[in-house]
Design a protein. Structure first.
Length: 185
C-alpha cells in the first residue's frame, strides 16, 4: 500500500508540474521535442546512509564512487559542485520480444463448424469415441486444421492427416481426462 501512496503522490506532482507549464512547453512535450526526466532520487539525500548513497550510485551506473564520503556522494548524485550534470537513472533495458509471424487463419470448409466440433470432442470420454465422431464428420484437411486451431494446437500445418487427427484427439480428450483427475484431489 505504501508504493500505491507514493505513486499517487508522484502523479499529483506531475499534474502540478504540467499545470505550471506554458502552452509552448506542453506542445513540445507532446511533440516529443522536449523530454521529462524522472531521476528517482529521494528528496533529501543527506538523510540516507553512505551505503544507501553508494547503492544509488551503483544503480545509476556511476563510476568512482566507492571511496567518496557522504557529502561527495550527494554532490555526485545531484551534480552539484561539478561540471557533470546530475546523475540520470540508467536506461531501461530493451525488451526483446520474438517477432512471431502468425500463420494465416485456417478456415474450415463451408458447412463445418470447427468450434462446435472442438467443443463436442472435449465432452467425449474416450479417444475411440472421438475417432469415430471425427470419421462421422467427414472432415477434410482444412477443416481438421480449423478444429486444431480451436483447440489451440500449434505447429500442426505440416502433419499428415492421420497424425493431425491423433493430435486433435489427444488434445481434446486426453487433456480433459488428465485435468479431470486433478480435480479429484
Amino acid at each position: 500500500m505504501n508504493d500505491l501512496n507514493r505513486l499517487a503522490a508522484l502523479q499529483a506532482r506531475v499534474y502540478e508540474f504540467l499545470a505550471e507549464q506554458d502552452e509552448a512547453t506542453l506542445k513540445a512535450i507532446l511533440d516529443g521535442t522536449a523530454r521529462l526526466a524522472v531521476t528517482g532520487l529521494p528528496e533529501d539525500l543527506s538523510a540516507l546512509t553512505v551505503k544507501e548513497l553508494k547503492e544509488l550510485a551503483k544503480n545509476r551506473q556511476l563510476r568512482g564512487y566507492s571511496g567518496l564520503r557522504k557529502a561527495e556522494l550527494v554532490a555526485l548524485l545531484t551534480g552539484i559542485g561539478s561540471d557533470a550534470p546530475a546523475a540520470e537513472p540508467p536506461p531501461a533495458p530493451a525488451v526483446r520480444r520474438p517477432v512471431a509471424s502468425s500463420p494465416p487463419p485456417v478456415v474450415a470448409s463451408p458447412g463445418v463448424d470447427a468450434a462446435a466440433i472442438a467443443t463436442r470432442l472435449r465432452e467425449i470420454e474416450t479417444e475411440e469415441e472421438g475417432a469415430s465422431y471425427l470419421e462421422a464428420q467427414h472432415l477434410d484437411r482444412e477443416s481438421l486444421l480449423a478444429v486444431a486451431a480451436e483447440l489451440q494446437l500449434t505447429r500442426v500445418e505440416r502433419l499428415s492427416r492421420t497424425e493431425l487427427k491423433r493430435r486433435v484427439l489427444k488434445q481434446a480428450i486426453g487433456a480433459r481426462r488428465k485435468f479431470a483427475g486433478l480435480r479429484k484431489w
